[in-house]
Design a protein around this ligand. Sequence first.
Ligand SMILES: Nc1nc2c(ncn2[C@@H]2O[C@H](COP(=O)(O)OP(=O)(O)OP(=O)(O)O)[C@@H](O)[C@H]2O)c(=O)[nH]1
Length: 459
Amino acid sequence: MQYRFYGFEHDYSPGITEILIRVESIGPMALPVRFSESHAAISRDISTGYQYGILWGIMAALGLYNLVLFFFVKQKIYGLYALYLIGFVLNSLSYTGHIHAVYTPDFGPYWQDWVDITLMLTYSVAGLHFARQLLDTKQYAPLLDKIVTRTTIVIPAGMLLGFIFNQLAFSVILAFILNSGFVVLFVAMGLSALKADKPFAVIFLFSSVLAAICITISTLAVGGFLVPYNDVTFKVIEVGVALEAILLAVILARQFRMAQLDKIIAERFARTDSLTQVNNRLGFNQVTLPIWTNIVRESRDASIVLIDVDDFKNINDSFGHAYGDEVLVSIAKCLKEAARKGDVVARWGGEEFILFLPETTQHQALVQAERLRKALQNVKLEIKQMHSHLTVSVGVAGSEGNQESPEIGNLNLVALTTEKLINYADIALYTAKHTGKNKVCGWTQQKSQTLSEPHTLLT
Ligand SMILES: Nc1nc2c(ncn2[C@@H]2O[C@H](COP(=O)(O)OP(=O)(O)OP(=O)(O)O)[C@@H](O)[C@H]2O)c(=O)[nH]1
């Protein structure tokens, strides 16, 4: 047919006119008949166009947006949601005759019916799998999950057989069973998600019950049972499903946000030392790498300070491991407080801490390290039972700008990596440990060119 509605213009002479309409249909159908002035029929047609345009426009836009997300984020759930929405819009367009009036007028009712039920199948199957994934039903409702999966296999397979054996009526019945099952399964999934205390279960259940009510109203109206047929009762199905789609989009968006937050938290956990809450090795390396690259590119200075608690084993042995932990937490706190903006503090291992000091020559780093060593002696003040002073040994290695400083390392950062600089600081720390502890040593190659014979610079 050329137009979605059969419209006849006719002038009626005053008085009573008897009109007979004969309709032939290959299947059951509801045929609303309206008499109106022609301008009222036109304005009704225009407003119907707007109403459908808004409803389907929202859903199509949501569908396309999620399709784009699917291609870029590469998560199946977005693809299923897009298919569900776009499938529903296309199904509505064919069910209301729009598609057939524009694209498939020559198909004839038989093939148009096949188009209708294929689109019905598409959105129902995509919608059910989308809901399964959204609510993760497999985890807490395996039986229901199996029923949903089997339904989406058995019914399409039956419809395919109907197609092969030219049994349209059989396939139509199956499509309607799937469509009704869709509503029931959605509500069942919502209920089981609620029972399992899943996030978003309430909103999912609310949206599916709302859609179920709207679908029931439209179905009863079209079928001529209980509910009167009119514009509102006919279109309420679209309103219900559009509201459901929007609420599901809200759930999806919030899930995306939660997944992102989880990722951020997991990444932060991976980079942070759980005891002291400063960076761990991974965090240190991640933070320092870009700073280091810039510093080397612009020939600026940087230093590494390695701090190791002296005789920490004794602290553990005397006061217990938990107490040792408290000491480590206090040290980290003290280091963080003393650090300047831009300095990177990390726990390098057991009772060893590391500091990366950008824009700091080895000379300046030695001064800063000495300050820290003294500050850390006061850590004991915060810890009541500790009777002796907390002491640390410190190794420092860094660059010294363009100045000639023969008494210290005078390292050229361009030829270095952070690992090498840490290695030099470690050698300096070794010297501090083996020349009496409780002191700061800087890397030097004054007396020897080999890394194995560093010199104590400052004690
Ligand atoms: N409480 C606590 N102790 C730790 C932790 N990690 C490592 N340790 C302890 O730190 C101690 C390090 O001992 P050592 O390597 O012998 O070093 P030290 O006793 O400090 O001796 P020097 O380094 O030579 O001054 C060991 O007893 C470890 O069990 C931790 O997270 N918490």
